[in-house]
Design a protein around this ligand. Structure first.
Ligand code: GAR
Length: 205
């Protein structure tokens, strides 16, 4: 049984999608904890009400990024996870923290990477006039919103789209995409070869 720790900063709808998929599809994995850098993160209540351990490591309480990341790492490692899942975790991570979880930390980013890293991705997509937008799941590396891509999902940009309508359409895709990608990790089907993700065939009959 693999152990997953999920990090959130807010609403946590991707975390919810992962928890539901893990249970409904009976993954050989358990969400052992949901950890937030914000006390008020809405997703914490969902986790508690589903019997999942929660912890808060408030970034405001730490004087430096390094001190916060060290405290966060300690809080995560109590649960000895096989995989750390960033689900709307809005922090820039230090290289030491990223290195500690190399090859076992995934992130979802609301754009078709390498397009539109950083914040306000839907606004960036509308400003760029792209016809397709979407979301990416990638292994976390030291460079923000980079790292080997596991999978992506795309939506059409519609005439009249606003940031909100586009974000909502992408989010529906995120909720399918993230559980699908995490499941590949859980099934030991992902490897990184020269900076690219390779996906092994399923051995399930
Ligand atoms: C999601 O759209 C996720 O892709 C994005 O934050 C939202 C969190 O929503 N993440 C990033 O922008 C990370 N760079 P959620 O809390 O409902 O899952």
């Amino acid at each position: 049984m693999k152990k997953i720790v999920i990090l959130i900063s807010g609403r946590g709808s991707n975390m919810e999608a992962v928890v539901h998929a893990a249970r409904q599809e009976q993954w050989p994995a358990r969400i052992v904890a949901v950890i937030s850098n914000k006390e008020e993160a809405g997703g914490l209540e969902f986790a508690r009400s589903h019997g999942i351990a929660t912890a808060v490591v408030p970034n405001k309480a730490y004087a430096s990024r390094e001190a916060f990341d060290a405290a966060l790492q300690e809080a995560i490692d109590v649960f000895a996870p096989d995989l750390v899942v960033l689900a709307g975790f809005m922090r820039i991570l230090t290289p030491g923290f990223v290195a500690h979880y190399e090859g076992r930390m995934l992130n979802i980013h609301p754009s078709l990477l390498p397009l539109f890293p950083g914040l306000h991705t839907h606004r960036q997509a509308l400003a760029a006039g792209v016809a397709r937008h979407g979301a990416s799941v990638h292994f976390v590396t030291a460079e923000l919103d980079h790292g080997p891509v596991v999978d992506q999902a795309a939506v059409d940009v519609m005439p009249g789209d606003t940031e909100d309508t586009l974000a909502a359409r992408v989010l529906v895709q995120e909720h399918q995409l993230y559980p699908r990608a995490i499941r590949l990790f859980i099934e030991d089907r992902l490897s990184i070869d020269n900076g690219l993700v390779r996906i092994a065939e399923s051995t399930a009959s």
